[in-house]
Every structure is written in structure tokens, then in C-alpha cells.
Design a binder for this molecule. Structure first.
Ligand SMILES: [Zn+2]
Length: 608
């Protein structure tokens, strides 16, 4: 080969071109071993060849990596969408409700039966506005006294729709009961015989007289013609247990103190497996709100316990899932008292906090803090344990709470989960700060309270070997009565509708152009300062990769609007109606309930 004819070939772009170039190179090398000039150009080609090969390989690797990432992300979104669909399905199932009215049908009770009749259609309509997937079936068991024929003693209608129920109850007539006691146990037996089917089962029992039998009342002997009825309690015990087995929630509308001993007995029979919730119906105006709240409460509780189980599922590998307390992998000793801080050595720890920008993106800020943490937790929630903590800041020790997930995996997953929580709170607080600065169009400013989210940091507590950490979240310790105002699936606390908070959720949706909504609002209402101090919010976002598993995406947003009724603050802020919102008729009803029904009985609903 003539050395002068060596020309650098065109720049190859593919691996096969490079291989060809190599071949060419080898040929030149063989032919021109002794030629120095040739070797110089040879070196040149060699270098170029090496460089090109590296570049091409890098490019290939990058493309593959990008494709892999995109594939991973796609798979994740498919998985999350499927999970969300399942959660929504399960939630909708909690709105399948069987309600049985068990009523004493002796003469004094006619006005209560009439009240149920007059209000039932309106009640069901109202409930349907609160629960968009509500499928409610109603049944009726009226009981009178012993020693009548079956037809005379009982009026029974098995589960059916509200219209048939209305027709039936219109025919029920109360009759004189003779003595003061009635056949309550007979009524319970007929109730158990009904065709209970739906997942949420509610028994609403209203009576002014106790069951026959000495063990069920303190009335004079002459008031009970069957004093020895259910002498040893065996009948009552069996009936209550059958109700427990059926998973029925028992609510008793109390009209007189004569029934107290009976309910006490029934409660003993439950052996702690069921709570009989008692409420004074007294003035019968309370009856409809009692029914609405009972059903609302039962559905909310069912959804809450369902949501509690979902994150647990995630924390356990498939097949080992167990929702009972025994699944906690270490034994926990609680210490409710604040520790003696002098006995606890301070530790230097690394913490991460988040800072949010106007695009609602967060960045990590790393700090170093001096911290003391109690050895044992003082309380536990569904998923986390809470510990007393103390932090040194500007020479002063301040009180904090540290929270740790119960299942101890402490891997990267756990850290991710804590960071998702930080992301969520930081974004929620950023939005709250913007919300607090809004000036509404009219003079409703006085009604709007301020909103603040308690900021959380992630603490890396060194543990065991090098680079191993125990993770905690840390937040200021705040004393006060904790309240749940809403959850992440459209539950609203109707006893304390907290107008500002409902409007805030609606506003966050508009502020983010429908990309996010901040929900699951809970915390402390600092009345004096007109401020809500909130913690642990959830954010539904169109980006399913943020904010963890409580982010139910568009399905969650839809769920919010289905139960959201725009209030005076929404109107003052000129918030737009969402297509999923119902008409505004329920406002009338809701104010009716809020005004007439201030019982605190159900305020403990739905604590996470
Ligand atoms: Zn609104």
C-alpha cells in the first residue's frame, strides 16, 4: 500500500463503522511497521478511533439509561393508577349501607314513628349529597309486648329502598303496651333475621321502655308482668353476640332513663367487641340529625379504617401483611411522661428541611442540630410512634415531637417516605402563606382565619454501624385539642365545617391550575389568634410521582368536589364552581343540622 495514499476516512457514527476502521488500521499497521511517518499518521488514526468509540459507547449508554428511566416511570404510574382505582373502588364500597330501624311501637312512640316517616326521604336525599356513591337499603322492625300474635307483636319490613320503606312505615300503628316493659329481645331477634348484605350495617334502636326481666331495669315489680324473663341473661347475650358477628353498629336513641340499665347490660354482653353508642333523642327534633349523623359517622369510620390499612399494606412485603398490632416488629414500651432531660445526653445530628419556590418545587436544605430524644414513645398513631424531643436553639432548649414509622425497615424506602411527607407539608404551607395574603372582594375578611402548617424536618439519628441511621420527623410540640376537619376522600366534619379550610382546599386547586389540591386538614384551632395550626396534610396531584400514596390524583380531586359545597369564603374569593360539585341545596340542610345539633358525641371521628 502506498503510504501517501493514507487518507483519514470519514468520521464513523456506528460501532460497525468503527470495526471497519479498526480493520483498516490493522492492515496499515502490518504494512507500515518500519515507516516512522506512517506510524505518526497511524497513531493519529488510532487516537481518533479510540475517542470515537468511547463517545459512541457513552451515547448508547445514556440512551439506554434514559429509556430505562422512562420505562420505570411509566410502570410506576400504571401501578399507582391501578392502586388508586382499587382504593376508590373500596371507598365506594363503604357507601353500601344497610340501615335497620328498630322501634318500640307502643302508644307513646307514635310521634317518633311519624317523624321517621316524615323525614326519611329528605334524609336519604341529604345523605346522597354527602356520599356520591351511596347505596342505602332501609329495613324496619317494630316490636310491641309479649303474648300477642306474631303479626300483632311485630311490624317487619326487610331491606328495601326508601320509597317502599316510606309506604310501609305509613301503615305502622302504635298500640297500647300494657306494662312499662316491652319485648325488646324479640325485636332484636327479628332484626338479626333480616337479610343483612351491605358492608356498612347500622342498627338504629329507639325506645322509651326497657326489656322485660329484672336484670334489664330498676322499675317497680308491678311495671313488669314478666319479671323473670331472660333470668340468666342467656337470650340477651346470644342476641348481642349475633349482632357482633353480623358486624352491626348499634346506636341507641334514648328517650328516658328507664332504658339505661338495659343498655348497660347489653354493653356488658358485647365483651368489648362492639360499642353501643347512646344518644339522647329527648326532643324529637333531634331525631333526623341523629339518623343523618349516625350514618355519616359510620361511613366515615369505615373509610377511615380502610385508609388506615392501605399504607400498612405498603409497608409489609406481599404475603406478610398483617394489620393487627402483633405485626409491629419490636415490642414497644410507652412512657407518657416527659423525660428528665438532664439524664439524656445530647446528640449532634444531621437534619433535612425543605424549601419551596413559586413553582411549588422543593429543595433540600441540610442543617446540623443538637438534639435529645426520649428513649420510649409517649403515644402512637395508626402508622407512627411519637417521642418527646428537645432541641437546642440559640442557647435555649425547646420542646419538640419526633415521629417514627412503626415498621422498622429503615432502608432507603423509609427515607423516601419521610421526604414525601416533607414535600407535602412544605408545599401545603407555601400555599397557605399565599392564601393568608389574599384580600377577598367584600368584607368577609373577618371570617377568614389564618392557616399555618407545622413544619417538619427529617432527622438522621446515627445508629449502630457507620452510615446507618434511624429516621424521625421532627416538629414543634403544640398543645391543644386536635381536630379532624376533612380527609383525603371528601369527608367533611359537619360538626365543625371550618369554612376557611374548606375554601382553602378549593382555592389550592385554582391556584395550581388544577394540578394539585391540599386536603386532609387536621390540627388545632387557636381561637384567640384566629389561626388554624395544621399538620399532616395530603395533596392530590396530577403528578403521581409526588406526595406518596395518599396522593389519589384526579380521582381524589373529583372526590373533594363531589362533597364540597362552596361557602361564603369561596364566594368572597370568587372561586369557580367545579363540574363535579352538586347543586347548593344541601347548604339549607347543613345549617339546619349545625344549628340544631351541637352534640359532641361524634367529634372523635376519623383520627388518622
Ligand atoms: Zn368552594
Amino acid at each position: 500500500m502506498d503510504k501517501k495514499s493514507v487518507v483519514l476516512p470519514n468520521i464513523p457514527s456506528k460501532l460497525c463503522d468503527i470495526a471497519a476502521l479498526r480493520q483498516q488500521l490493522d492492515a496499515i499497521e502490518r504494512n507500515e511497521k518500519s515507516n516512522i511517518n506512517g506510524n505518526i499518521s497511524l497513531e493519529k488514526i488510532k487516537k481518533q478511533c479510540d475517542m470515537l468509540q468511547k463517545e459512541t459507547m457513552d451515547k448508547l449508554f445514556l440512551t439506554t439509561q434514559k429509556q430505562l428511566d422512562a420505562q420505570k416511570s411509566k410502570e410506576f404510574i400504571i401501578k399507582r393508577t391501578k392502586e388508586i382505582h382499587e382504593v376508590m373502588q373500596a371507598i365506594n364500597n363503604t357507601e353500601l349501607v344497610d340501615v335497620c330501624f328498630l322501634l318500640d311501637c307502643t302508644s307513646s312512640m307514635q310521634k317518633y314513628i311519624d317523624e321517621v316517616k316524615d323525614r326519611i326521604l329528605e334524609t336519604v336525599k341529604l345523605l346522597k349529597t354527602r356520599f356520591s356513591f351511596l347505596n342505602i337499603r332501609l329495613a324496619f322492625v317494630g316490636y310491641r309486648d309479649l303474648d300477642l300474635s306474631e303479626e300483632e307483636q311485630f311490624s317487619i319490613l326487610d331491606f328495601t329502598d326508601e320509597n317502599e320503606f316510606y309506604t310501609f312505615i305509613s301503615t305502622v300503628v302504635c298500640k297500647n303496651g300494657g306494662d312499662a316493659c316491652e319485648d325488646v329481645l324479640g325485636g332484636l331477634q327479628r332484626t338479626i333475621n333480616l337479610n343483612w348484605q351491605q358492608p356498612v350495617r347500622i342498627l338504629i334502636h329507639i325506645a322509651d321502655g326497657p326489656s322485660h326481666g329484672r336484670r334489664y331495669h330498676d322499675l317497680a315489680d308491678v311495671c313488669d308482668y314478666y319479671l323473670s324473663h331472660d333470668d340468666n341473661g342467656a337470650i340477651g347475650y346470644r342476641l348481642i353476640h349475633e349482632l357482633v358477628e353480623l358486624g352491626v353498629r348499634y346506636f341507641f336513641g334514648r328517650l328516658a332513663h328507664h332504658t339505661d340499665k338495659m343498655i348497660e347490660q347489653f354493653t356488658t354482653y358485647t365483651e368489648g367487641r362492639m360499642t353501643i353508642e347512646q344518644i339522647d333523642v329527648g326532643d324529637f327534633k333531634n331525631l333526623l340529625p341523629f339518623i343523618v349523623d349516625t350514618i355519616t359517622h359510620s361511613i366515615s369510620r369505615a373509610t377511615v379504617s380502610l385508609l388506615k390499612n392501605y399504607p400498612v399494606l405498603e409497608e409489609n412485603p406481599p404475603g406478610t401483611h398483617n394489620t393487627s398490632k402483633s405485626s409491629i416488629q419490636r415490642s414497644i414500651v410507652f412512657d407518657e411522661k416527659e423525660p428528665i432531660w438532664a439524664n439524656i445526653p445530647p446528640k449532634q445530628v444531621k437534619v433535612i428541611k425543605y424549601e419551596c419556590n413559586a413553582n411549588l418545587r422543593c429543595k433540600e436544605v441540610i442543617q446540623s442540630l443538637t438534639l435529645k430524644v426520649a428513649d420510649n414513645p409517649f403515644a402512637e398513631g395508626a402508622l407512627r410512634l411519637a417521642y418527646y424531643g428537645s432541641m437546642l436553639f440559640k442557647g435555649q432548649w425547646g420542646k419538640f415531637v419526633l415521629k417514627e414509622y412503626k415498621s422498622v425497615t429503615n432502608g432507603e424506602n423509609t427515607k423516601e417516605k419521610y421526604l414525601e411527607m416533607l414535600d407535602c407539608q412544605t408545599v401545603a404551607d407555601y400555599l397557605a402563606q399565599e392564601f393568608n395574603k389574599l384580600s377577598p372582594i367584600n368584607n368577609s375578611t373577618a371570617m377568614i382565619k389564618k392557616i399555618k402548617f407545622i413544619m417538619t424536618k427529617l432527622v438522621f439519628m446515627p445508629q449502630g454501624g457507620e452510615g446507618k441511621f434511624r429516621y424521625y420527623t421532627m416538629e414543634r410540640f403544640i398543645e391543644g385539642a386536635y381536630k379532624k376537619f376533612s380527609n383525603n376522600i371528601g369527608y367533611v366534619n359537619y360538626q365543625d365545617p371550618a369554612l376557611t379550610l374548606q375554601a382553602f382546599s378549593h382555592w389550592t386547586y385554582e391556584r395550581t391550575n388544577g394540578e394539585m389540591i391540599v386536603v386532609d386538614l387536621q390540627g388545632i384551632d387557636i381561637g384567640d389568634h384566629q389561626t388554624y395550626l395544621l399538620t399532616d396534610p395530603c395533596i392530590h396531584a396530577t403528578d403521581l410521582k409526588r406526595f406518596g400514596r395518599t396522593n389519589l390524583g384526579k380521582a381524589g380531586m373529583k372526590r373533594f368536589f363531589q362533597t364540597h359545597v362552596c361557602n361564603i369564603i369561596c364566594h368572597a374569593l370568587k372561586l369557580k364552581r367545579n363540574k363535579y360539585q352538586l347543586d347548593e341545596a344541601p347548604i339549607k340542610w347543613d345549617s339546619y343540622f349545625v344549628n340544631k345539633w351541637k352534640s359532641t358525641l361524634f367529634t372523635s371521628v376519623a383520627k388518622k
